[in-house]
Design a protein around this ligand. Structure first.
Ligand code: AMP
Ligand code: ZN
Length: 466
């Protein structure tokens, strides 16, 4: 039986399968806007998507292509750069580094490609040119370009927006002349008082300026995964208008079905309301690490609810997550090492119930429940080597592999800028730029941290008490 996942377009759980004859499963996940620290609400979405990625890797070994973008030019990034009187690239670099460091700390797998919007201006302009030629887009007198939703009869199918009616508040955000309140910007003409020095040559007949937000995902999906992809994900707030607009742009430009399967996970709440930067009611991973919680406890807590239900965040949930990880660690330590020197052993089926729950629309609470039922039911010493192999498969799927588990119940008090540096060193090493890697190691040492590279990855340790 194939893995099933709820599809937001058909509104039913459907099997996940690659469509193309090459068997590659094409997966696009909308990434962060890099203008401030991502909060743990954002990370609920990224951690859920990470479990999805891991399950896909197990389902289609070596055949998954995962793309997650960086939104590094939009109103928020430009606004932040202007507020700090710094170049846009400097601001987005800083927050991208921190995002990467947090992803490493939370043990999220790197996407195979992580394209940035500013690296794909040409591709966005090309797509807008096609939409202009095909009559799906129009220029306004000031040189912006809008998508004409009336030209795409299927507009609204994902969000059922026609049943809800477009809100007029949606339309009153700038002085451009739109034909219809629902039409949205593909290209925004340069405004010196708002955009500073951020501008590029525009589509044909349009002014210089910058892309609207939605077109970046259509252009980067097309470039890195092709016209039709197998799965596209994000949190519920992206369903409308972002994903609705992506469908309109991509299908009108490419003349092909854009996405075969849509998945939207629900928000993380605090005191019953959505955690968000604008409300100021958020925690970053760094905030929680400073309070002494481990990133693995945060990961566990973020995986604690059904992804399609809202999850209320409390510090108490981090305490119980720490205890759960402690139990997993003790179980792991009591298991015999996996097949040392022996032929590889097929995993036993004792954790099948965990995978059944995960493969049934990513039912995380049922999977964690099943995991502890198995662990608590197994007498000490009763587990075999094959059971260890099976347990490690479960840990991989959830992202709690043994070396990470070991840190689960210990606070890791590492400041985010140190993790950011460590992450840059890893990137330099991966790129075989050893001079840079050594330079960063020296920077880390000067800041009081030692970075050691071992078989199971790298570790950071304080050289002296801060
Ligand atoms: P942003 O950096 O604002 O572009 O958001 C990155 C991702 O986090 C997007 O998929 C958002 O939908 C998602 N997101 C924003 N707020 C929350 C929240 N409170 N809980 C879960 N996901 C969120
Ligand atoms: Zn997107």
């Amino acid at each position: 039986m194939a893995m099933k996942l709820f599809d937001s377009l058909s509104r039913e759980a459907r099997e996940l399968r690659p469509a193309q004859p090459d068997g590659i499963f094409r997966f696009y996940n909308c990434g962060p806007t890099v203008y401030a620290s991502a909060h743990i609400g954002n990370f609920r979405t990224f951690v859920i998507n990470d479990v999805l990625r891991r399950l896909l890797e197990l389902e289609f070994p070596g055949k998954v292509k995962h793309v997650r973008n960086l939104t590094d030019v939009d109103d928020r990034t430009i606004g932040q750069a202007r507020q700090e009187s710094r170049p846009l690239a400097e601001i987005t670099r800083k927050w991208t580094d921190l995002f990467h460091a947090d992803c490493v700390a939370l043990n999220c797998l790197q996407p195979h490609v992580e394209p940035a919007a500013t690296g794909h201006i040409r591709e966005q302009v090309d797509m807008i040119d096609v939409l202009l030629r095909k009559g799906n887009a129009y220029r306004t007198p000031n040189g912006s370009v809008y998508f004409k939703i009336g030209s795409f009869p299927a507009y609204g199918a994902l969000s059922r927006i026609k049943e809800r009616e477009l809100k007029v508040t949606n339309s009153v955000f700038d002085a451009d002349h739109k034909d219809d309140v629902g039409d949205f910007a593909l290209w925004k003409a340069y405004k010196p008082e708002e955009d500073g020095d951020v501008k590029w040559p525009g589509p044909s007949g349009a002014a210089e300026g910058r892309p609207g937000w939605h077109i970046e995902c259509s252009a980067m999906t097309k470039k890195h995964l092709g016209d039709t992809i197998d799965l596209h994900t994000g949190a519920v707030d992206l369903l409308f208008p972002h994903h609705e607009n992506e469908i309109a742009q991509s299908q009108c430009c490419n003349g092909a079905v854009f996405v075969r399967h849509w998945y939207h996970s629900e928000h993380l709440l605090v005191d019953g309301t959505t955690m968000s930067k604008s409300k100021g009611n958020y925690y970053t991973l760094g905030d929680l690490v400073e309070k002494g919680y481990s990133p693995m406890a945060v990961r566990y807590a973020l995986l604690g609810g059904h992804p399609r239900k809202q999850l209320n965040f409390t510090l108490d949930s981090l305490h119980s997550s720490g205890s759960a990880l402690g139990a997993l660690k003790r179980f792991s330590q009591g298991l015999k090492p996996a097949g040392e020197g022996n032929p590889p052993i097929a995993p036993s089926g004792i954790f099948d119930t965990v995978f059944t729950a995960l493969r049934d629309d990513l039912n995380l609470p049922a999977a964690l429940g099943a995991l502890f039922t198995v662990i608590n039911g197994l007498g000490a010493g009763a587990a075999t080597q094959a059971d260890r192999a099976a347990f490690e498969r479960v840990l991989y799927a959830l992202g709690f592999e043994t070396p990470y588990l070991a840190t689960g119940d210990m606070p890791v008090l590492c400041p985010p800028e140190i993790t950011a540096l460590a992450n840059r060193r890893l990137a330099a090493k991966r790129a075989k730029d050893f001079a840079t890697a050594d330079g960063i190691r020296a920077e880390l040492a000067a800041a009081g941290w030692s970075m050691r590279d071992g078989k199971n990855g790298s570790t950071l340790e304080p050289l002296r008490k801060a």
